[in-house]
Design a protein around this ligand. Structure first.
Ligand code: SF4
Length: 480
């Protein structure tokens, strides 16, 4: 993985776990590339390293992808060069394979059945194992991305129809994959049997849209039909939905609960539930589990806003805007010659002195991963005059890495793995610390479960084949 060398930039980028990708697929809508661009714009929070769209016109695919944000990669001229009523799009934050352009998606190839384009969110946990076998059989890979394995499996399948080839390819894969792919002008939507990553289906007129989150459907005016179910493969063409495969009853479902904690946008619905409602329920439950006398409830903006509102509802203490986030922190800035130790947190967050002065505050954050910013935030809040600072975390301690498509630090870097709760409390300098319990978190969103909670519990539901065979190291958590 390509890491920035500037330590402040590393700090800003690395504090939170990052989702790896957002995908969109559109068929039966004129200007599919433009609509895909809008969808990628809405999904930008899922990956900021590269963006790409492959549009299909009369069965011919045209691809444009570059490093950068969607708005940097596409303009009106580029989109004009991507005609057709079918398209797939992708935004990416890379870990597996690194951040170079070769690994940007969609990946497009010409094979026996026509132009094939694929966009993938997730991490295939036996990608190296399958890849090694394919290489021995003569396959030549152009990228380091685990997603290219899927293309090879489809293209090398001995079955005669595209549908049978996709079905065949899927039998070799373990781990997390929400996919949109096109062969000619037919769109296919695929979700792995455990359903780790979200994928939703929408309709607009006679056309269909498939996307990682409903915020991408909303921005193009498509109406949500439902989630693509775990294990499901849908063929979408000319106003018809054809279910091809459903493994839903075979394996334990495990949608990623961290999507609800942190990754997904609060205006989205995923796994059949509202992300905002889920976060509020986490906050209310947290207030029940760890009550505290306080004058104000603050969020670490923006990801903890909904959970803090929930804590306020549950505790009766008023929610106040005590911390502001600077939304213009870019990838580069001029470093001052005199830095204080909380400098990188100060760039990102500013305290509102009038809210904090002389008050007992509860600060609600969505999760604690490395905890590098949290200690600085506590200092900033105290300096602004707060008399007590109580930290509440709307998820349990993160103690294990994710191998299913989220970039998390190694076990040794995770605060929840390195320290006990009492030690973290002391380390961060808070008056009290409370984490939401695993049971409380799952109870709060029980209508969407059972969920994957491996980063909290170590209970990995899908086999970690590459890790167990020593083909990757424990730090190679990988992604799309
Ligand atoms: Fe999500 Fe954690 Fe499971 Fe990864 S390990 S899929 S982040 S719940």
């Amino acid at each position: 993985m390509t890491r920035p060398s500037d330590p402040i930039l590393m700090h800003l980028l690395d504090e939170s776990p990052r989702d790896e990708c957002g995908v969109v697929g559109i068929t039966g809508m004129e200007g599919a590339a433009e609509l895909s661009f809008l969808a990628l714009y809405a999904l930008q929070h899922r990956g900021q390293e590269s963006a790409g769209i492959c549009a299909i016109d009369q069965g011919v695919g045209r691809l444009h992808k570059r490093l950068g944000l969607a708005a940097e990669v596409f303009d009106a001229n580029v989109l004009k060069g991507l005609p057709g009523d079918t398209a797939v799009g992708h935004v990416r934050y890379s870990t597996a394979g690194g951040g170079q352009l070769a690994n940007a998606q969609p990946i497009m190839v010409r094979y026996a059945m026509g132009d094939l384009a694929i966009a993938h969110n997730g991490n295939i946990t036996n990608a190296y194992d399958v890849r090694n076998r394919l290489v021995k059989e003569g396959a030549i890979f152009q990228t380091d991305s685990d997603s290219e394995v899927i293309i090879h499996l489809i293209a090398r399948s001995r079955h005669e129809t595209v549908e049978a080839q996709i079905d065949d390819a899927l039998t070799y894969l373990e781990g997390a994959f929400s996919l949109v792919l096109t062969v000619g002008d037919t769109l296919y939507a695929v979700r792995d049997p455990r359903g780790f990553r979200p994928l939703v289906l929408g309709r607009k007129g006679d056309g269909f849209a498939v996307a990682s989150e409903t915020c991408a459907l909303d921005i193009i005016g498509a109406e949500l039909i439902r989630d693509i179910y775990p294990g499901e493969v849908l063929k979408l063409r000319r106003g018809e939905i054809t279910p091809l495969r459903n493994l839903v009853t075979v394996l334990r479902q495990a949608p990623c609960i961290f999507e609800l904690v942190y990754f997904a946008r609060p205006d989205s619905r995923i796994f059949g539930i509202s992300v905002d409602r889920a976060r509020r329920a986490f906050g209310r439950q947290l207030a029940r589990e760890h009550p505290v006398e306080a004058d104000a409830v603050l969020a670490v903006p923006d990801s903890a806003n909904s959970a803090a509102l929930g804590f306020s509802e549950g505790s009766g203490a008023p929610f106040e805007l005590g911390l502001l986030r600077n939304h213009y922190v870019g990838r580069t800035f001029i470093r001052p010659s005199q830095e204080d130790r909380d400098f990188s947190a100060r760039i990102k967050y500013a305290p509102v002195r009038e809210v904090l002065e002389g008050r007992r505050v509860v600060v609600v954050d969505d999760s604690l991963v490395r905890g590098t910013t949290s200690g600085s935030l506590v200092n900033i809040i105290r300096e602004a005059g707060a008399s007590e600072v109580h930290l509440r975390i709307a998820s349990p301690p993160v103690r294990f890495p994710c191998y299913y498509g989220i970039d998390m630090p190694t076990k040794g870097e995770l605060l929840g793995h390195r320290m006990s709760i009492a030690e973290i409390e002391k380390h961060l300098g808070v008056d009290s610390l409370g984490y939401l319990s695993l049971e409380g978190m799952e109870e709060a969103v029980k209508e969407g479960g059972p969920f994957c909670n491996a980063c909290f519990s170590g209970d990995y539901t899908a086999p970690l084949v590459d890790l167990e065979k020593g083909l990757i190291g424990p730090e190679d958590t990988g992604c799309c």
